[in-house]
Design a protein around this ligand. Structure first.
Ligand code: CA
Length: 232
């Protein structure tokens, strides 16, 4: 397998050092930036497999780096390193298109689990057929990872794409948020991170639904979880 590259954007040198050490020990190549501007440039130019992104950074903060990447159509997996247990920070990070977050101080074991879970998603294949027509004009091409609606391309992050394809390949089946964390996020543990599922569903609805407040594709079974509308 090709060596995966992780880009570390973090201004605290001791954290960069420990991340580099652990990532390299796990077989990753690493790139580093100590400010947001350089981080954004490296992310665009070097095409890493994952971005580990601090929030409070010189020149450009992590949220702006992530926002700019997504605005330019770059969907590389972004793992936000938040300094505080601030719910607002986590939700903001996910809303601007980050795939995941981890709160400092974190254990290296947890960090590596998240890094691997977020990279594994990229190479996850849903099924053999290359096109999934969900009805109502929403079509997923699992060869090109492209989603179109009424012939128009919808730009999704990898996580949004994988959540959509997972639910759409089991129409009518209700999944709890914990199920989805395990199946789509590949986490063997959950804690209060199930909030991540809600935010991702909300973002996905804003992109694919005519009326996100009254969804036609991804539906809520109150008190249970989410499911894809069974068109048949
Ligand atoms: Ca910082």
């Amino acid at each position: 397998m090709d060596k995966k590259t992780a880009l570390i954007v973090e201004d605290e040198k001791n954290i960069v050092d420990i991340l580099r050490f652990n990532l390299q020990r796990e077989g990753f190549a690493t790139l580093e930036a100590y400010d947001g501007e350089t981080g954004l440039r490296l992310a665009m130019e070097e095409n890493p497999d994952i971005l580990l992104l601090d929030v409070m950074l010189p020149k450009m903060n992590g949220f702006d780096v992530c926002r700019r990447l997504r605005e330019q159509g770059n969907n590389l997996p972004v793992l936000i390193l938040t300094a505080r247990e601030e719910e607002a920070d986590k939700v903001l990070g996910l809303e601007i298109g980050a795939d995941d977050y981890i709160t400092k101080p974190f254990s290296m074991r947890e960090l590596m689990a998240r890094v691997k879970a977020n990279i594994r998603r990229t190479s996850m294949k849903m099924d053999a057929s290359s096109t999934m027509d969900t009805g109502s004009g929403l079509v997923v091409n699992t060869d090109t990872y492209q989603v179109t609606k009424g012939g128009k391309v919808i730009d999704l992050t990898q996580r949004e794409y994988e959540l959509l394809t997972f639910l759409a390949s089991h129409p009518g089946k209700v999944y709890s948020r914990i199920d989805l964390m395990e199946q789509v996020w590949n986490y063997g543990y959950v804690g209060d991170d199930v909030r991540t599922v809600d935010v991702t569903v909300r973002r996905l609805r804003e992109k694919i639904e005519d009326d996100p407040a009254s969804p036609a594709y991804i539906l809520t079974r109150r008190g249970v979880g989410y499911y894809f509308a069974d068109q048949a």
